[in-house]
Design a protein around this ligand. Sequence first.
Ligand code: FMN
Length: 166
Amino acid sequence: MAKGNSKTKILVAYASNSGNTRLTAQHIAERLNDHGFTVTVSDVARMRPADLRGYDVIVLGSCTWSRFVDGNELEAQLPEHMHRFVESSEHTRLPNARFAIFALGRHEYNGFAGAANHLMLFVRKLGGQLMLQPFTIDGFPHEQWNTVDHWTDELAKTIRQPVPTA
Ligand SMILES: Cc1cc2nc3c(=O)[nH]c(=O)nc-3n(C[C@H](O)[C@H](O)[C@H](O)COP(=O)(O)O)c2cc1C
């Protein structure tokens, strides 16, 4: 495995309701750590917007859930704590951070893994740069670690590339 720069600080921030996204976040973090990066994993339920500062790369991960919006139950939403975190970050700007997104869902629902779209909007609001297309996982992550590893290796490769200057 080609080694990254341990000075590159990566945050994997996730929201999970029933544990799959937490497992995935931990798995991705371990693999990035094996690549030689310095990685922190954090549940957004325990984070404030200021905790996003100080990282070169932020990996955002979320399950997709239903939420009540204006009295209607909508599918393809962020879970409540990720939604609250996004809302509370309204005034946060991170123009120097690079981002990656992964989202979990199940194809039986309308708007499969729709959390990815909400997180893309979040990255745009933060003024950050998305490095890869969002990665979506259908069903249980532990049945597809190979695919997760493949995406994580692509991410590691992209992180190692020089940052393009504007
Ligand atoms: C109440 C509920 C609502 C869900 N809504 C969606 C949805 O709208 N779209 C989707 O793709 N998956 C949906 N899912 C599937 C979850 O995103 C999926 O099971 C995921 O692995 C859960 O991740 P977690 O264990 O980290 O919470 C829903 C699951 C539940 C239980």
